[in-house]
Design a protein around this ligand. Structure first.
Ligand code: PLP
Length: 367
């Protein structure tokens, strides 16, 4: 069989490597999903929708009540004013990223991406025929307008922002975001803003770049916020005529997001939000335990303000991850997230405090 050359440009995710050498009793701190179950009131909405026979295709952009609820959410939580017509429900934020990058990037176009950064940005850019340009992060592990500016060429088309970030947990400040939006507008660049961890911020604030400019595609989803990774519902805002461009791709690759999951997502967004606060409190407790204990081990560590990852500098991240796997703790080598991540490992704290305690015990002597 002969394949398109773009498939040769990308590899199976490096996260897979972290499982190598791990035994059956290994504690998995490599996961990028909450370890909580989807709250019952959300599950019930899905069950009801099945019994009501809501099992067919939905409108391409999503069910109207969900798009209306999302427009209200964007106004209230993100200060983004948009109409339901500027919102699309997607199959996870992953599809949103695919649509945003595919609709923006031409062959040879450059996309500025924080290095280290979430794997998909790089791969999706290459699939679109573009060049993923890794931009180094500053000391606080955020992206600055100055460094981005240094990397702009006449081929640059877009900037990807991700705050709070995977894998660093870093949160961009309001001033940083404003400066980046200004830079993007001056250079006619699209900002693709991945905000899937917006509700897990322990210090600082979440600032959506989409409130300052219409040249922003804002991407989010229910996976992380409501522990719904398997339900595959994401959503995005694309202003003006941008949504139509994304829709042209979405209608052929996906048609619509899962009907049942959309009903569940509607209940999630419009229902009680205590479940989110509870998850956030628990994540913060775990982060604090890990930070204290890892610092006692003299680890070089920025305190992440958001998401549910720690990204300590450990020396050779690949070697340490492999030693940890043999000792029964799975983490992801930082190299999986870009060249600049190679001295780090990513530790996810989407695992119970009891598991984290045991993992810390096993880590002693290796870190
Ligand atoms: C930064 C970031 N964006 C997007 C996603 C994908 O989310 P979804 O499950 O909504 O496709 C992930 C998942 O790990 C992520 O970490």
């Amino acid at each position: 069989m002969r394949f398109a050359s773009c498939t040769g440009e990308i590899e199976i995710s490096g996260i897979r490597k972290c499982f190598e050498g791990a035994g059956p009793d290994a504690i998995n701190l490599g996961l990028g999903q909450p370890d909580f179950d989807t709250p019952n009131h959300i599950k019930e909405a899905a069950i009801e929708s099945i019994y009501e026979g809501f099992t067919g295709y939905t409108p391409n952009c999503g069910i109207p009540e969900l798009r209306t609820a999302l427009a209200e959410k964007f106004q209230l939580e993100n200060n983004i004013t948009c109409t339901p017509d500027e919102i699309m429900v997607t199959s996870g934020a992953s599809e949103g990223l695919f649509l945003a990058i595919s609709a923006t990037v031409d062959k040879g176009d450059e996309v500025l991406i924080g290095d280290p950064g979430f794997l998909s940005y790089n791969a999706l850019t290459k699939l679109a025929g573009g060049k993923a340009m890794g931009v180094p992060l500053n000391d606080h592990l955020t992206l600055s307008a100055e460094t981005l500016n240094d990397n702009i060429t006449d081929k640059t088309k877009a900037i990807v922002l991700n705050s709070p970030a995977n894998p660093t947990g870093a949160v961009q400040t309001r001033d940083e975001i404003k400066a980046i939006v200004e830079l993007a507008d001056e250079n006619d660049l699209t900002i693709i803003s991945d905000e899937v961890y917006e509700h897990f911020i322990y210090e600082g604030e979440h600032v959506s770049p989409g409130q300052f400019s219409d040249n922003v595609i804002t991407i989010n989803g229910v996976s992380k916020t409501y522990a719904m990774t398997g339900w595959r519902v994401g959503y995005l805002v694309a202003k003006g005529c941008a949504l139509e461009q994304l829709l042209k791709i979405h209608q052929y690759v996906q048609a619509c997001a899962c009907s049942i999951s959309q009903k569940a997502a509607y209940r999630a967004i419009t229902g009680p939000q205590e479940c989110v606060a509870q998850m956030k409190d628990e994540f913060k407790k775990r982060r604090d335990i890990l930070v204290t204990r890892l610092r006692e081990m003299d680890l070089d560590l920025n305190v992440p303000q958001g998401a549910f990852y720690l990204f300590p500098r450990v020396g050779n991240g690949d070697e340490i991850a492999s030693s940890l796997a043999k000792a029964g703790v799975i983490v992801v080598p930082g190299s999986a997230f870009g060249l600049n991540g190679k001295d780090h490992i990513r530790i996810s704290y989407a695992a119970s405090q009891q598991k984290l305690e045991e993992a810390l015990r096993r880590m002693k002597g290796i870190l």
